[in-house]
Design a protein around this ligand. Structure first.
Ligand code: UN1
Length: 500
């Protein structure tokens, strides 16, 4: 699909991707695919005012009715899945399968949020005082700022906004400036849904395409009670203290350094498949990508030689081609980052398989690489860093406790998994004394989480949770009401305080 056909299928006007000064290039071949208008700091301030106005209207709409808007958004996504999936692939470079899968993830979270719109439950709590009762109320919070990264250019917005909308919040979205076109497409689909809905307030959903400096105004504005940010740990480190200083809330979903443990009892066929998908899928550019492999010594040689064999057969190339399994890195900076990490790993004694640039004759402006396997004798500094590229560091372990210590011995805490058929190991891994990550899987890889669970992780991953389970609570404010229906005024804790 060409960009003209995509924009036509999405119902966008012919100039939609041809205005403004931000030039967007496809990582597939470096060709210019669009020009997008950027927000100024004045725009940001105006948009926040509009988001506040929209919130004041929207919070009064009953939650199940708010769910109807999200249901309509899900319908738009269903009928435009193909076009939006193509656009994701064109702008981000992930496989078409993955682009479509990302849109499916958006549809799934819309369905989840529609159900949730009738389930924003609070507790009723027994009171220690006679003639009293207590209850929790969940109220809309305010405008939610969403910052998303290039690697999941549309799904992350939907995890946040589908939930925020049913919770009664408005949304102001700063997409990655590497993927603004998919963001414009989402905004357009939202507007179609809103038009069908009828009486949604203007500016309930807005986007601002801009660099970090301009986005600072949103970070610092006390009218934005929640900022949900997905990206690097460096980004989180820059924004979190500023938001904390004004007592704003954050949902941070930052770097991951996800490991798979392969135990001697594992089904090695499953483990190979899980590892390959986790490590090379999306060209190693998921925050859940498998970056470390911890293999028990007795199966190490066999497993690594099977893994290398599997790697040798991975087709790298144009992500629109059916047979291809690994597309390009997002840009040259990502490629340089991969080269630098491999250099450091080599200096630290790593033995590298693969990792070089490929297809540069065919695509001089696209950055395609052969995924790398790096055998390391220990968890040195570079292994403890997140490099957003298909590099898999492999390490050996002796006993199970050591495997858990290696798995947990990094600053990040997003995703983890174990391949084992030993029920004790599996249970230990998911127990308090096991993986310290937000995601701890058994016999599946580290990536490809479903939307029904809460998504996010610990330590430098930032501690936030988005998407399913009870993540919605972060998008609302809770009040506890104690109601006295007696004609006495007893105080709690037995305090006597009689006046007159
Ligand atoms: C991300 O990389 O920021 O679990 C999100 C997964 C996807 C989401 C990844 N469902 O791999």
């Amino acid at each position: 699909m060409k960009i003209e056909d995509i924009s036509k299928s999405l119902g966008l006007d012919s100039k939609a991707f041809d205005r403004g000064d931000l030039i967007v290039k496809s990582p597939i071949d470096g060709s210019v695919i669009g020009r997008v208008q950027q927000a100024t700091s004045k725009d940001v301030s105006r948009k926040i005012t509009q988001a506040v106005d929209a919130f004041h209207h929207w919070r009064e709409v009953p939650a199940p009715r708010r769910g109807e808007l999200v249901r309509l958004l899900g319908e738009e996504l269903r009928s435009h899945k193909d076009a939006l999936g193509h656009l994701v692939t064109l702008e981000n470079g992930k496989l078409l399968q993955e682009g479509l899968g990302e849109v499916q993830e958006m549809i799934d979270i819309c369905d989840f949020a529609v159900g949730l719109s009738r389930q924003l439950y609070g507790l009723t709590i027994t009171s220690e005082r006679p003639g009293h009762h207590m209850r929790e109320n969940w109220h809309p919070l305010g405008p939610v700022g969403v910052i998303s990264a290039f690697n999941f250019p549309v799904a992350v917005w939907s995890w946040n906004s589908a939930i925020a909308f049913v919770c009664g919040d408005s949304v102001l979205w700063k997409p990655s400036d590497k993927t603004p076109m998919t963001a414009l497409a989402c905004q357009h689909l939202f507007e179609r849904a809103a038009a069908k809905f009828g009486d949604a307030p203007d500016h309930l959903s807005q986007i601002m395409v801009c660099g970090r400096k301009i986005a600072q105004a949103m970070i610092d504005d006390p009218r934005m009670p929640l900022i949900s940010a997905t990206g690097s740990t460096a980004m989180g480190r820059a924004i979190a203290p500023r938001i904390a200083e004004r007592f704003g809330r954050t949902i941070l979903e930052l770097g991951g350094n996800n490991a798979i443990i392969v135990a001697p009892s594992a089904d090695l066929d499953l483990a190979i498949r899980g590892t390959v998908f986790g490590a090379v899928g999306t060209c190693g550019q998921r925050c859940t990508s498998t970056r470390r492999l911890i293999v028990q010594g007795s199966i190490y040689d066999d497993f690594i030689s099977r893994l290398k064999k599997a790697y040798a057969s991975i087709p790298v190339g144009n992500p629109f081609e059916d047979s291809v399994l690994v597309g390009p890195l997002i840009d040259q900076t990502a490629f340089k980052g991969m080269e630098a990490a491999l250099e450091k790993a080599k200096e630290a004694g790593g033995v590298i398989w693969g990792g070089g640039r490929v297809l540069d004759n065919k695509y001089p402006d696209g950055f395609y690489v052969q995924p790398a396997i790096v055998e390391m004798s220990g968890q040195v500094d570079i292994v403890r860093e997140e490099t957003f590229a298909p590099i898999l560091y492999v390490m050996k372990y002796d006993d199970f406790e050591e495997a858990i210590a290696i798995q947990n011995g990094v600053p990040q805490g997003l995703s983890s998994s174990i391949f084992t058929n030993d029920v004790r190991e599996a249970e230990k891994f998911t127990s308090t004394a096991g993986s310290d990550c937000g995601i701890a899987n058994v016999n599946i890889g580290t990536s490809g989480a479903e939307i029904g669970g809460a998504f996010g992780g610990e330590k430098e991953t930032g501690g936030g949770r988005e998407s399913g389970s009870d993540s919605w609570k972060a998008y609302m404010r809770r009040s506890t009401s104690t109601v006295n229906y007696s004609n006495q005024l007893p105080l709690a804790q037995g305090i006597e305080f009689d006046v007159g």
